[in-house]
Write a protein that binds this ligand. Structure first.
Ligand code: HEM
Length: 222
């Protein structure tokens, strides 16, 4: 049985791990979105970008390693925190708290797990090219443009991406604000600004990612 002091210390540790890895993952999302938006600049632009990334394999694998560790650390801290919360919460308090807490905050674990499922599918789709082998077989290995355009002709693939990005937004809607609060920027003076920043960034990221499958599906990009 853990003492109250150790529980508080452990909770803080997991929250810090959650915030630090969350910050890295949001950074990746911003960079990934900027790269993906090159799709609107044409095949040459995005394919050259994909090729450029591979010119520095050491850097690429270092970034991938940091990303993988961040995802694992984020999930580990999330599960540990949710277990600690369950242990620490008396029943009556739990009920009152659940009503008070927002929809996004309550669904963090669920939306996080669905986003994880999306990432696994997404890697199998575009990085390892396992899910659309027949569709991609005649494409050049670095022809990201054609790969994306072919994929989002399918209503199933487009629908799944749209749903996943919306769930990612639900996750970030609460998550980005929590990063700032855990890292110590929790002051009544700034709380509203932090909340608006977090919510706006999550909507902006989701909007950016949604433009890609939807533009292809509705033939704005051909
Ligand atoms: C919805 C629009 C998106 C599109 C069109 C897209 C497109 C792509 C493409 C084409 C690749 C492979 C790049 C290459 O091999 O050169 C890729 C890789 C990847 N994407 Fe996305 N992506 C989208 C959203 C997301 C989201 C929302 C996440 C995270 C939640 C994500 C996470 C990743 C990861 C982790 C990789 C592997 C990066 C690596 O090769 O190391 N993507 N994406």
């Amino acid at each position: 049985m853990l003492g109250q002091k150790s529980t508080v210390r452990l909770t803080l540790g997991y929250k810090l791990l959650m915030a630090a890895t969350g910050l890295i993952l949001v950074g990746f999302l911003l960079a990934h979105l900027c790269g993906n938006l090159l799709l609107f600049a044409g095949a040459e632009a995005i394919n050259q970008y994909a090729l450029k990334l591979r010119e520095y394999p050491l850097l690429l694998w270092l970034a991938r390693g940091v990303l993988l560790l961040s995802v694992c650390g984020h999930i580990y801290a999330g599960i540990k925190l949710s277990l600690l919360n369950k242990k620490a919460r008396p029943q009556a308090y739990a009920k009152a708290k659940r009503v008070k807490a927002g929809f996004a905050s309550q669904s963090m674990l669920l939306s996080g797990l669905i986003v994880l499922f999306f990432i696994v599918y997404h890697l199998a789709h575009f990085t390892f090219k396992w899910t659309h082998r027949a569709m991609f077989q005649f494409l050049d290995e670095h022809d990201v443009y054609s790969m994306v355009l072919l994929s989002f002709k399918s209503p199933w693939v487009t629908g799944f991406y749209v749903l996943s990005v919306i769930l990612l937004m639900v996750h970030l809607y609460h998550g980005i604000r929590s990063i700032f609060q855990t890292l110590g920027l929790n002051h009544p003076k700034y709380n509203l600004a932090i909340k608006i920043f977090g919510q706006s960034l999550s909507v902006l990221l989701a909007f950016g990612f949604l433009t890609l499958p939807l533009s292809v599906f509705f033939k704005f990009l051909e």
